[in-house]
Write a protein that binds this ligand. Sequence first.
Ligand code: NAP
Length: 261
Amino acid sequence: MSNEPTPSPQPDPPARIAVAGGTGTVGRHVVEIARRRGHDVVVLSRTTGVDLVAGTGLEEALHGVQVVVDVSSQVSQKSSESRDFFGTVTRNLLAAEAGAGVGHHVALSIVGIDRAPHGYYAGKVLQEELVRASEVPWSILRATQFHEFASQIHGAVTLGPLHVVPRMLSEPVAAAEVADRLVDVATAPAAGRVRDLGGPRRERMVDMVRRWASATGRPGRVVAVPLPGALGRAMRDGSLVTGADADHGTTTFDQWLETVR
Ligand SMILES: NC(=O)c1ccc[n+]([C@@H]2O[C@H](COP(=O)([O-])OP(=O)(O)OC[C@H]3O[C@@H](n4cnc5c(N)ncnc54)[C@H](OP(=O)(O)O)[C@@H]3O)[C@@H](O)[C@H]2O)c1
């Protein structure tokens, strides 16, 4: 046996990484983590003068960029609007990347998008199709709902003091842990679809929303309703949680709640 000391892991060579949606919930963690690891980061968002739908400012922003991480998003749950946004943004990004000689496109997607007929997911399915067909080498990471999802869904449907949430089985994951994995993927060679990332445990969405409302002092009652049809079934039957061959973050929903109290 050799007495040579084990070499300590070498940091990645610094790369120039563009983060599309780098001001968003997961995007701001991607930017922070990539910078902390010594990479040169460019943020692509309207706040920084790049409109990914209109394509304005994109060509200049991609100058010298080696990897693009796309974590942009829009709020509409309508299929046509979601397909318009993710289709247009993905086409614009991939065309600009091909022109600028970007060597790797990384897209963040969602576990179960092809198992649930949800309007927002229709846009994510189109996004994945476009990325897979692209000449730019690519990686796709699918993650489950972020812990923040509970706060977003709390105010979505209200009836007086009642907050109505769909009956749903979720496996929430910390956005920071998704971001950490995205930076790993971005700084490795393009790998196609990588292993899905979920949270450490499964939770009922109604319980998550109640715990978030209680921790943040929101009044009112939170009730769960079963959504009808195939979407409702998919939400309830585990279609949106990871399968056996997935990785898992370690930050539980309750640990995350401690940070937002
Ligand atoms: N939320 C979840 O639970 C979850 C779970 C798994 C995967 N995902 C995926 O993760 C990705 C990010 O989601 P998120 O919740 O972090 O998004 P988000 O918080 O809504 O942030 C969206 C980002 O997109 C940017 N953006 C929107 N329209 C733009 C435009 N026209 N041009 C340039 N930038 C634009 C926004 O910046 P400006 O407003 O400054 O332009 C912002 O930085 C999405 O692809 C989503 O499908 C989300």
